[in-house]
Write a protein that binds this ligand. Structure first.
Ligand code: ARG
Ligand code: ZN
Ligand code: CA
Length: 251
């Protein structure tokens, strides 16, 4: 296990309807989910099949709503903006005041998390480490955010943010975005493609028997209730970013 890293989070809420103006309680529920999932404190980790249980990781990352703005003023870590825009794409418009959104805070010091009404069935998207500072962070659909308020089944347990923060911390999809692709993590079995819904164990693909796909991994596409672990290899890949010279060493 590694030392616990604490990441200040700023939540930028863009809303056109009251439902999109997620409550402080809904935001706090999302922060709680991140803290559970990244510290193996989620109750559902007990559902992990025994074949994979030894691979379930305590990543050791804490998330806290920012208490100071980049200029040192006191903050709740939550910014809200009413907008006439009814939905958003994946072109990062929500990340800049100049395009109707809210600007990122210094991405070397904060996790920027935008909550808005994404169009086209997109639950969320993230920027990998090493990209432009102004667009660094994750974006989450209002109704896929947190686990109360406007969060809607089957994406109402806050796992979209867990998945997107996984990308923000350099994790690839578990199927490697190709048929029997490579996610650059050795302890996640090679699997043919994404899994949706809630598969039954084992699901063998790509000659990965007898245990098959690790479809309960946060980096698959299963329902929130059916994903409950990062692997040790994924944990190492994420934690490497915080070492000296790592892409997120400033946090
Ligand atoms: N489709 C999104 C992505 O690729 C997120 C999927 C999140 N899945 C979930 N069960 N919440 O980044
Ligand atoms: Zn993804
Ligand atoms: Ca793998």
């Amino acid at each position: 296990t590694s030392a616990v890293v604490t990441i200040p989070v700023v939540v930028h809420v863009l809303y056109n309807t009251t439902a999109q103006n997620v409550s402080d309680a809904q935001i706090q529920s999302q922060i709680a989910v991140l803290n559970e999932d990244f510290n193996k404190l989620n109750a559902d980790v007990s559902k992990t099949p025994s074949a994979f249980a030894g691979l379930a990781a305590n990543v050791g990352i804490q998330f806290v709503l920012a208490k100071q703005t980049p200029t040192g003023a006191a903050t709740t870590g939550i910014e809200r903006k009413s907008t006439t825009r009814t939905s958003w794409g994946t072109d990062d418009a929500m990340k800049k005041v100049s395009t109707g959104g809210l600007d990122a805070w210094n991405s070397a010091k904060y996790l920027n998390l935008w909550v808005c009404n994404l169009s086209g069935g997109v639950l969320g998207y993230a920027q990998f480490p090493g990209g432009a500072a102004a667009t660094d962070g994750v974006v989450i659909l209002s109704s896929g955010f947190g686990r109360n308020g406007s969060a809607a089944a089957p994406f109402n347990l806050g796992r979209t943010a867990t998945h997107e923060v996984g990308h923000w911390l350099n994790l690839r999809h578990i199927w490697g975005d190709a048929s029997c692709g490579n996610d650059l993590v050795s302890d996640t079995p090679t699997q043919q493609t994404s899994n949706g819904g809630c598969p039954s164990f084992p699901k063998v693909t790509c000659s990965n028997g007898p245990n098959g796909d690790m479809f309960m991994n946060y980096m698959d596409y299963t329902d929130d209730a059916c994903m409950y672990m990062f692997s040790n290899g994924q944990s190492s890949r994420m934690n490497a970013l915080f070492a000296t010279g790592g892409a997120r060493a400033g946090l």
